[in-house]
Design a protein around this ligand. Structure first.
Ligand SMILES: [Zn+2]
Length: 501
């Protein structure tokens, strides 16, 4: 997911790059994989040989499903043909997602055809809305994927002359259930996805060359698909992702239901200071990185990115909760990711504190006049990183409160396990459920009321000394340090957070 404040992270990653490690790769193809790839060559007019790659879902009812063929016929364009499972005369494309508007405008030349092969007389009635006079069983259209910009590159489909990212959510009309997907690719191209049963959350990487490695972590299958040449080995990236995945299986006590996949490809556009973009959709983490980025420690940088993105495979992607609760699934995720980076020794305790201080400065630079709940509703319509910054700092304070109240027995991490024990399959209101979960004591209830349900300003200078931490905002950037004198309780608290003598 897009995080403005992630540029604030780990400016000084630990110096020691991860040692090159040998790892036994589990390249075995899972026999229970419900997806099989079959390849066949076929010749098209004009002597151009295309590789037709057929991807089909073996769910026993394939024949009854909508069958979709996505053809990459010219750079920056795909042609889509869908044979529908039942006749229809109305189709609607998603037009807005993650602050990106006008997505549906990219679909054109829309045609609908009746069962007898007649033109069903389709017309566009509004952006992304198509209707036909007659009931149709086939639709065809083109989607323009040539315009790419830094703000939308991880959120929508795009295609260059060498590679691209295809997302069913913006390529297909809404409400296609369980479609089977075929690709027609230029000769020599490949396609990879994680979704064994592609749904609207499916993300495909297409390129001339893709490398796939796999592993299994605590019975959770993890694939890594990489396009391009990098300063890290595929095995290092897979190892970094595997370590983080293991931590989150432990954290949540919840096993992801299927395979998870990390897709890594070069960013196809110039970006500002944060040299990468990512989105975790369904079971796929898409990570686009500027190959020219000057990371001191690529494996460490990947680790930091994974601590955030892989947690999204659980929160919110595996929760069935409803409503806008970005303050939790982004803000608390930022803090939990930072804790995980610390526990995995990707960062040290000093960097843990420095990161929080940078986020506090970012928080102070913006007005705080909305509750986190209201701000979550408006995340994509207001500028800035408020939900991330305040959400993360609130998680930090909440963790300090819980640890102190329970004499170190309970931490924020315990709440994730509780969340997954109770709500993974519920369809309840997310804000109500999570606030009830967090507010398990009178003090914790006061906390959620003040900082999550209302817009009480966070004053770390005033609040942190209680926990043995001192925040000095007198310079150009805030400094967060361990206080000079600590009580034995404060010492225990800070040690539990990772302070080493
Ligand atoms: Zn995120």
């Amino acid at each position: 997911m897009l995080v403005n404040s992630r540029g604030l992270y780990t400016k000084s990653l630990l110096k020691t790059p991860a040692k090159a490690q040998r790892r036994k790769e589990n390249r075995k193809i899972q026999s229970n994989e419900s997806l099989r790839l079959s390849l066949r060559l076929c010749a098209f007019a004009g002597e151009i040989i295309f590789l037709l790659l057929c991807l089909f879902v073996l769910n026993g009812s394939t024949n009854a499903n909508t069958r979709v063929t996505i053809s990459l016929l010219s750079p920056g364009h795909v042609a889509v043909r869908a044979d529908l499972d039942s006749p229809s005369n109305s189709w609607s494309f998603r037009n807005a997602y993650a602050g990106v508007l006008g997505i549906a405008e990219r679909a054109d030349d829309f045609r609908a055809i009746t069962r007898s092969g007649q033109d069903a007389r389709a017309k566009k009635i509004a952006t992304g809305e198509f209707r036909s006079d007659l009931e149709a069983t086939r639709i065809t259209y083109n989607v323009r994927l040539s315009e790419i910009d830094a703000a939308s590159v991880s959120h929508v489909s795009w295609l260059t002359s060498d590679y691209g990212v295809l997302m069913l959510a913006d390529l297909l009309p809404q409400d296609f259930t369980d479609p089977s997907i075929d690709f027609t690719l230029p000769a020599g191209w490949q396609v990879k996805t994680s979704d064994t049963r592609p749904d609207e959350k499916a993300v495909f990487l297409v390129a001339r060359s893709l490398r796939k490695t796999s592993t299994t972590v605590d019975q959770t299958p993890l694939d890594l698909v990489v396009s391009g040449a990098w300063q890290f080995k595929d095995s290092e990236a897979l190892k970094a992702a595997g370590k983080v995945l293991k931590k989150y299986v432990e954290l949540t006590g919840y096993r992801l239901p299927g395979r998870s996949t990390v897709l890594i490809a070069p960013l196809p556009v110039q970006v500002g200071t944060t040299k990468w973009r990512a989105e975790t959709r369904g079971s796929t983490v898409l990570l686009l990185i500027d190959p020219g980025a000057s990371f001191k420690n690529w494996a460490g940088q990947l680790g930091v990115i994974f601590t955030h993105e892989l947690l999204h495979l659980w929160v919110p992607n595996s929760l069935r909760l409803e409503g806008d609760y970005d303050w939790f699934f982004e803000g608390f995720t930022l803090y939990t990711a930072l804790r995980t980076a610390l526990m995995l020794k990707i960062i040290d305790f000093k960097e843990f504190l420095n990161t929080l201080a940078r986020v506090y400065d970012s928080y102070l630079a913006n007005p705080d006049d909305l509750s986190l709940i209201d701000a979550s509703e408006r995340r994509w319509t207001t500028a800035g990183s408020f939900v991330y910054d305040k959400g993360m700092l609130a998680a930090f304070l909440y963790d300090l409160l819980l640890r102190t109240q329970s004499a170190g027995k309970i931490t924020l991490a315990d709440k994730y396990r509780e969340l997954f024990a109770g709500h993974a399959t519920d369809h309840g209101n997310a804000n109500e459920a999570i606030i009830a979960l967090l507010g398990s004591s009178p003090a914790a209830k006061d906390f959620t009321k003040s900082y999550i349900e209302n817009s009480t300003r966070l004053e770390l200078e005033r609040l942190l000394p209680l926990y043995g931490l001192t925040l000095d905002s007198s310079g150009s950037s805030s400094q967060l340090r361990v206080s000079r004198t600590l009580s034995s309780d404060q010492k225990r608290l800070l040690r539990s957070l990772g302070l080493r003598d």
